[in-house]
Design a protein around this ligand. Structure first.
Ligand SMILES: Cc1cc2nc3c(=O)[nH]c(=O)nc-3n(C[C@H](O)[C@H](O)[C@H](O)COP(=O)(O)OP(=O)(O)OC[C@H]3O[C@@H](n4cnc5c(N)ncnc54)[C@H](O)[C@@H]3O)c2cc1C
Length: 463
């Protein structure tokens, strides 16, 4: 049953709240926000704090499996973990926080209908995550597809299948080749997983069209770094590169995307003095080249480090009392790396959620605060089918053992049993029946742009 939060929001300003318990407002119900709230529910009795989460969506999106939505291995909805199903007493208010008044202790929430209202807080926890980084590459904003939200994942799958349908319908060989060429920019874990899984999926899809052949489909993975998975241990990148080569994916390292058009991408190689450019005909460029903090960080005008809200190791925002930040949006110092900001990963976000809950509770007089400290446990990269690479606790694995570990890891870390069962069932059915090669809707290029899909225009200021 959906709980109504409107009565709670009518609560007047602090002076007239009398004996009402302090209100903890959490902005964002993703990896960090949800974990924090679950811990707070355990740490704080109902009479010690009122808990409220503000989120534009009613679920946590389990992003790690998004490439599998594109490749039709997992149903989109199965990655959406319903917040109210896993939270016991937290109230949910649907909307976007667009600004804050740190003197009056309120945030302004914009609802889906465009109306706004102030919400009072006694403790404010900022966990709105990140959006796709879109550097100043001509044509990127208009023509590239992103991969951060469920909408984008579904749109990408639909877009790719519709390119194959258009290729099937044309007799022009050049046009067909361009339609069957797919370029992923960014060789981190998202881009690598996507290219690996989509190459296999689209070749299977091509085989179902009368005049297309799997060999017509061409995937390229482009990165300006000298190696794949450059943020992870070098051994993982080497092993992933072997799998990609086996799947016929062209990996172009030391290569930058410098211009994107409706039907081409221009790639540049070489140093600044000997730059060589090549134009490649394609109707699909997927931009997986990193994230930037939620534009809310800039709108709040708090001190930032590379756009991330500066905090101390207790997640406190030093400039303002009672405000905490964590997850992708926050530059939390990593004591295991000399105080550099922690990586923008779900692993950190989840652990920060648990650690920050303790410190928020401590600020309300329950338990003692503790600084954040987390040692990297390793990473898993699912390349689809029986292929994966992983380095649990520094041990490098690939092939079937890594694939089993990767799938087991996801089933363990998905935050709800219902989602675990649904995803496991998807995997089982796909292994027997194969992936479904259908799209939901006819893609609309206006809705496919990264800014439209990720709604980055709703803030007063953007970085
Ligand atoms: C495709 C993809 C694959 C990934 N795979 C992995 C992986 O395998 N392993 C790994 O460790 N990490 C992975 N990541 C990174 C991981 O998803 C992030 O590091 C993690 O989600 C950060 O958690 P968070 O809570 O800070 O943000 P999120 O989980 O993104 O949650 C932020 C929440 O805040 C909400 N929100 C945003 N703005 C507002 C606002 N103004 N007001 C209210 N709510 C707002 C959002 O809707 C969202 O629900 C992946 C990311 C992507 C995109």
């Amino acid at each position: 049953m959906v709980r109504s939060v409107l009565d709670a929001l009518e609560t007047p300003a602090p002076a007239s709240r009398g004996a009402a318990p302090p209100r903890v407002v959490v902005v964002g119900g993703g990896f960090a926000g949800l974990r924090l709230l679950r811990r707070l529910e355990a740490l704080l009795p109902a009479d010690r704090a009122e808990l409220l989460v503000i989120s534009p969506v009613d679920h946590l999106l389990y992003t790690s499996l998004i490439p599998q939505v594109c490749a039709s291995t997992v149903e989109p909805r199965h990655l959406a973990v319903a917040l109210l199903a896993v939270l016991k007493r937290t109230e949910l208010f649907l909307g976007d926080v667009v600004s804050a008044d740190f003197q009056a202790r309120t945030v302004t929430v914009r609802s889906a209908d465009g109306s706004t209202r102030p919400v009072h807080w006694d403790r404010l926890v900022l966990a709105p995550g990140s959006v796709t980084a879109t550097p100043d590459v001509p044509g990127l904003a208009e023509h590239a597809l992103g991969l951060k939200t469920l909408d984008e994942a579904v749109a990408l799958r639909d877009h790719v299948l519709s390119r194959l349908e258009l290729a099937e319908a044309t007799k022009d060989r050049r046009h067909r080749a361009a339609l069957c060429t797919f370029v992923v920019v960014g060789g981190g874990y998202t881009g690598t997983e996507l290219a690996a899984q989509m190459a296999a999926f689209t070749r299977r899809a091509a085989a179902t069209y009368p005049s297309l052949r799997p060999a017509d489909v061409r995937w390229l993975l482009v990165d300006h770094a000298p190696r794949l998975l450059h943020d992870l241990a070098p051994a993982l990148g080497k092993r992933a590169a072997r799998v990609l080569a086996r799947r016929g994916i062209e990996v172009r390292l030391g290569t930058s995307a410098v211009e994107i058009g409706a039907d081409s991408i221009t790639l540049a190689t070489g140093g600044p003095n000997v730059r060589r450019h090549a134009r490649l005909p394609t109707h699909t460029v997927v931009w997986c080249a990193g994230v930037r903090p939620s534009p809310l960080a800039a709108a709040l005008e708090l001190p930032t480090n590379h756009g991330r809200i500066v905090t101390d190791e207790f997640f406190r925002v030093p400039a303002v009392d009672g405000v905490f930040a964590l997850g992708d949006v926050a530059a939390v110092p990593d004591s295991t790396r000399g105080g550099a900001p922690t990586g923008q990963t779900a692993q950190h976000a989840v652990r920060q959620g648990a650690a920050a809950a303790r410190n928020v509770a401590a600020s309300l007089g329950v338990r003692k605060p503790r600084p954040y400290r987390h040692h990297d446990l390793g990473f898993v990269v699912d390349l689809g089918g029986r292929d994966a690479v992983a380095n649990p606790f520094g041990l490098t694995l690939s092939g079937l053992p890594a694939a089993v570990l990767t799938r087991g890891y996801h089933l363990t870390t998905l935050p709800a049993t219902a989602n675990r069962l649904r995803v496991a069932t998807d995997w089982l059915l796909n292994s027997v029946l194969g992936q479904e090669i259908t799209h939901y809707a006819t893609p609309d290029p206006r809705e496919e742009t990264i800014a439209a899909a990720e709604r980055t225009g709703i803030y007063q200021h953007t970085s």
